[in-house]
Write a new protein. Structure first.
Length: 451
């Protein structure tokens, strides 16, 4: 059979290989933050390096400052040509309770036309989209030349903060020099709707510990006058939102609006799995609330377990708070405002200890350059419909770092993830048609950029 001669045909012909790649990638339980998974994380990096070697990208696997393994490859373009950097990551979130999955999380499984597995979308699906695009433009041959050079950066600890790659970018900036950077770690507002993510909220986490007693005491003997640390903590946490659900941290503006693609409330409720009869919160639109405004979430709580509770007044309780910070807001200042708010809100003179945790800067893309025009045209051709711009409530601190290192570069965020993927949750999945169209868009862009 003759080889397909057009890029759409080539990408379609490569989809069996893409599934094989994703099956292999998902099988590595590469949870970087879990020491028991260290061997799987290293094996995952080795697998990525082997794939980049097949594409003549001269890969090197670098053990970074946080112990993770990033894989970086480079294939120069013609003299004087621009360089495109393709980013993704090979580490994944923990699978959680396997009983909540309908198939083994580390075995790629097809159901109802979707491919299920941890990392199938975030972010091994995006990694496979990069590989498929590079195969489609002929990189399996060392003689293939396009109008630009290509760098590929596959991170090993994005899901646990990415400090290792952050440090590496500052230690060896030459590995990350590029004119156009494609961050393959987002996706479309809906299946089949090509989307460029132009705004990311930053992050500022704190851990608060409230102490009231030297030890637990009997609730019958002392309850009523003895201050309950858990109740004090709950009282403080309750001040972080008003009755409508708006975040209310003293000193933080919370009236921002989103000017890009809207997010229909009914669609948002479905995407977020909001239960029947439960309200979508906030006084703004869903797009305002998740893309343009700060939002605080209690992501962990240390308190007595209900299945082993004793009749005692709790002497100490802790919580971890995740504050999402929109573009234009400094994450360190926001974290300090949150800490000050909590100190004022804890009642009864309880002792308060607040420890700062991860911070990451927000990001806003400049969409006026030639790279964006070319990429938008490629997405339009691949999907057959107009491209929209959206925000994302999550954080990718690497975007800001790369922006600092490459102030001349355009940075675009795209990928295979869409709301039905349920990234980070049980039964994460990817729509193979999204993977195919993302790969095609990248192949079209790489074939055109720099010519």
């Amino acid at each position: 059979m003759a080889a397909p001669t057009t890029l759409p045909a080539r990408v379609t012909a490569l989809m069996d290989r893409a599934r094989t790649d994703l099956t292999a990638a998902v099988a590595f339980a590469s949870v970087q933050e879990d020491p028991a998974r260290a061997e799987a994380s290293r094996a995952s990096a080795d697998w990525v390096a082997d794939r980049l070697h097949e594409l003549h990208l001269q890969p090197q696997t670098i053990t970074t400052s946080d112990g993770s393994h990033s894989v970086i490859g480079h294939r120069p373009g013609p003299p004087g040509s621009p360089t495109v950097l393709l980013y993704s990551h090979h580490d994944v979130q923990p699978a959680g309770e396997q009983t909540q999955w309908h198939s083994d999380p580390f075995t790629l499984t097809e159901r109802d036309g979707r491919w299920y597995g941890r990392g199938a979308a975030d972010c091994k699906g995006n990694l496979v989209a990069h590989l498929t695009a590079l195969r489609a433009i002929g990189f399996e041959s060392p003689d293939t030349e396009i109008g630009c050079g290509v760098r590929v950066v596959i991170e090993g600890s994005e899901e646990s903060g990415g400090q290792g790659l952050d440090d590496l970018t500052r230690e060896r900036p030459e590995l990350f020099t590029a004119d156009m950077i494609l961050i393959g770690d987002t996706g479309n507002v809906a299946v089949g709707r090509p989307t460029l993510t132009t705004s990311l909220r930053g992050v500022a986490n704190v851990k608060i510990t409230v102490s009231t007693l030297a030890s637990g005491v009997h609730s019958g003997q002392f309850g009523g006058a003895a201050p309950d640390a858990l109740a004090a903590l709950i009282a403080a946490l309750a001040t972080l939102r008003d009755a409508a659900g708006n975040t209310t941290v003293d000193g933080l503006d919370t009236d921002q609006t989103w000017a890009g693609a809207p997010y229909d409330p009914a669609v948002f409720a479905s995407d977020a799995t909001v239960l029947d009869g439960v309200q979508v919160i906030g006084s703004g639109t869903p797009a305002d609330m998740v893309w343009a405004r700060p939002a605080v979430t209690v992501i962990a709580l240390d308190a007595p377990r209900s299945d082993s509770a004793a009749a005692a007044v709790t002497p100490q309780a802790s919580a971890v708070l995740n504050l999402r910070v929109p573009p234009g807001m400094d994450p360190t200042n926001a974290r300090d405002a949150l800490a000050a708010h909590l100190r004022r809100a804890v009642p009864w003179g309880a002792h308060v200890d607040i420890q700062p945790e991860a911070t990451g800067a927000p990001f806003f893309a400049d969409t006026t350059g030639p790279g964006y025009r070319s990429l938008t045209a490629a997405l339009h051709q691949a999907y057959g419909t107009e491209v929209v711009h959206s925000g994302q409530g999550g954080s990718i601190p690497l975007c800001t770092v790369l922006q600092e290192l490459n102030p001349q570069a355009e940075i675009a965020l795209l990928g295979v993830e869409e709301p039905r993927c349920r990234i980070h949750a049980p039964d994460e999945s990817v729509d193979p048609a999204e993977l195919e169209r993302t790969a095609l868009a990248e192949a079209l862009f790489l074939s055109d950029f720099g010519r």
